[in-house]
Design a protein around this ligand. Structure first.
Ligand code: HEC
Ligand code: HEC
Ligand code: HEC
Length: 463
């Protein structure tokens, strides 16, 4: 009897061992579409090979799977990791985009630096699955090459030039029309864009209040209250799409929303253009830009968008620091900046405006809303409301972290006024589980102190 058990154990052991042994011999299959992707540099070619061999199985749609993934027990075990991996990072899309996805690139950098990938269960079945030191160096070399070529603002001091966070430029990168800006400025402040002439864009996006209304929820015509916090118009030009759920593709598209929204401005274009056409002075300014007296919604939106591209807020203490002025941040704030990177904050909050490049969701939405002390409702469904895709439930456009000292309250529900409290929520609910490192309150305070120093200047004046 004992002998029989012993033999069974040996057979089971050998069968278990055979998975990693066969994997060692044949490697992980790579899907043909990936093999055919074109790359631009030798660094990209090297990164493509490494990602293809060691990461793609869990980080692309429709991966080619190794033989054992078809075995029932293994496939159940590995399947949940594959699903989680696919949702959080798509290596195939990153390679296909030549690396030009600022947040995915920062995530790749962070997982490589923290040494979190591939995950342990994978390495148990793939004994050569871990990244070697040379492979890590190669992945990081590609990340930094792409960042320098495509995302660096060119303003950072050498020590910070390769960082995910970049100084905010003082000017919009493309040429703007002065006359259009001046017209857009007038329209932005014009209450005739609302049905009862009481509300302008500036009512809810006051330049003296950080480009917000500093309210939990905005108040529109007839004192109606909305259901989601108004983000700042400052630096919104850098967002990849507009609104928390991304339903407007750019600023001009966005500017068409509020005038027709029954809670916000409650008007319609015939009414608005009719009112503006009676203003001879404004119509003359309009004619100079658009060569016609006929007011159109598209031109009104275009002019407002042009004006919003001037609402950039450079030269915060954080920016001066990144540009090389070491004294611009205190020792505590300097440490806060390092902690911001170490704790993966700079992955989602990457770039010149520290956000605004992707939709992201809490690791566990149930736990996040529990921490907020309420059940989620429609305004919390985020991207899902627009895309109708279940994977988008609870995904929000990542807010930018500029001018935080004057844009309270925070989060899409405006539920927090204390930055440190938000930092702790981020640590517990947005930093991916495997990236989490202990972040004591004292360190969260340092991050919060640094974030307060992201408050910049508008036309040379401190906000
Ligand atoms: C067996 C599946 C599997 C493999 C293989 C794998 N990953 Fe992952 N990956 C995951 C899972 C699961 C997560 C989510 C982890 C978490 O929630 O913390 C993840 C998360 C990530 C993230 C997002 C984390 C962040 O910092 O934002 C990145 C980037 C990543 N993996 C890169 C890689 C790279 C690079 C490789 C290859 C060296 C790799 N992965 C191999 C399953 C895998
Ligand atoms: C009654 C208050 C109110 C008025 C008036 C208003 N907004 Fe907003 N604005 C908001 C709220 C609330 C949001 C967020 C809504 C959402 O994401 O669903 C928002 C979002 C935005 C955004 C997107 C920012 C981002 O980060 O996604 C921009 C840009 C913006 N508004 C500009 C304008 C302009 C231009 C006007 C005038 C045409 C205007 N707003 C009028 C309250 C208002
Ligand atoms: C996985 C992506 C992700 C990571 C990692 C992340 N954040 Fe966020 N952050 C978000 C999203 C999404 C929101 C908006 C959440 C909401 O409103 O429900 C947000 C909101 C914020 C806000 C509020 C901004 C405002 O104006 O409302 C702050 C401050 C912030 N994050 C700081 C941090 C810090 C500090 C870290 C690191 C500890 C961090 N974040 C890590 C995605 C992320």
């Amino acid at each position: 009897m004992k002998r029989k058990i012993l033999i069974l154990v040996v057979i089971a052991g050998l069968a278990g061992l055979s998975v990693p042994l066969i994997n060692l011999a044949v490697g992980v299959p790579v899907k043909p579409a990936y093999t055919q992707l074109k790359v631009e540099t030798p660094e990209a070619a090297r990164a493509k090979d490494i990602l293809g061999a060691k990461c793609l199985m869990c980080h692309c749609e429709d991966p080619a799977l190794p033989f054992y993934a078809k075995m029932p027990v293994a496939s159940a075990a590995i399947g949940k990791h594959i699903l989680a991996g696919q949702l959080i990072f798509d290596a195939e899309k990153l390679v296909a985009a030549g690396g030009r996805q600022e947040v995915a690139l920062a995530k790749l950098e962070q997982s490589t630096e923290l040494d979190t990938m591939p995950i342990l269960p994978y390495m148990l079945a793939h004994w050569d699955g871990a990244l070697t030191a040379a492979e890590k160096a190669d992945l990081l070399a590609w990340v930094r090459q792409v960042r320098a070529a495509s995302f660096a603002s060119g303003l950072a001091a050498p020590a910070f030039a390769a960082h995910a966070v970049q100084p905010l430029p003082a000017k919009w990168p493309a040429p703007l029309s002065e006359k259009k800006i001046a017209l857009g400025d007038r329209l932005y402040n014009d209450k005739r864009l609302s049905g009862d002439d009481t509300v302008s864009c500036a009512t809810c996006h006051d330049l003296a209040k950080g480009g917000t209304d500093q309210l939990k929820f905005s108040v529109g015509v007839r004192k109606q209250v909305g259901g989601i916090n108004a983000p700042s118009v400052f630096n919104a030009a850098f967002n990849f799409v507009q609104f928390w759920d991304g339903r407007a593709k750019d600023l001009a598209d966005q500017a068409g929303g509020p005038p027709l929204n029954s809670i916000e401005m409650d008007s319609n274009w015939p009414q608005i253009t009719g009112k503006l056409a009676k203003d001879a002075d404004l119509t003359a300014a309009y004619r100079e830009v658009y060569g016609s007296d006929t007011w159109t919604a598209a031109n009104i939106q275009d002019a407002i968008a042009e004006y919003e591209k001037t609402l950039l807020t450079p030269d915060s203490a954080l920016d001066l620091f990144l540009k090389g002025d070491k004294a611009a941040l205190s020792a505590e704030e300097t440490e806060g900046y390092a902690l911001f990177q170490r704790h993966s904050c700079a992955t989602c909050h990457a770039g010149e405006s520290m956000g605004g490049q992707t939709f992201e969701k809490p690791v566990d939405a149930v736990a996040f809303y529990k921490a907020l002390g309420r059940a989620p409702g429609k305004d919390d469904f985020g991207r899902l409301n627009e895309s109708k895709a279940e994977v988008d439930r609870f995904k929000m456009k990542v807010p930018n972290l500029r001018n935080l000292a004057v844009t309270q309250p925070y989060l899409h529900d405006g539920s927090k006024t204390n930055i440190q409290e938000v930092v702790v929520l981020m640590r517990d609910h947005f930093v991916p589980a495997l990236n989490r490192r202990p972040l004591p309150d004292a360190d969260a305070a340092k991050i919060a102190a640094m974030l307060r120093k992201s408050t910049g200047t508008l036309n040379g004046r401190a906000l």
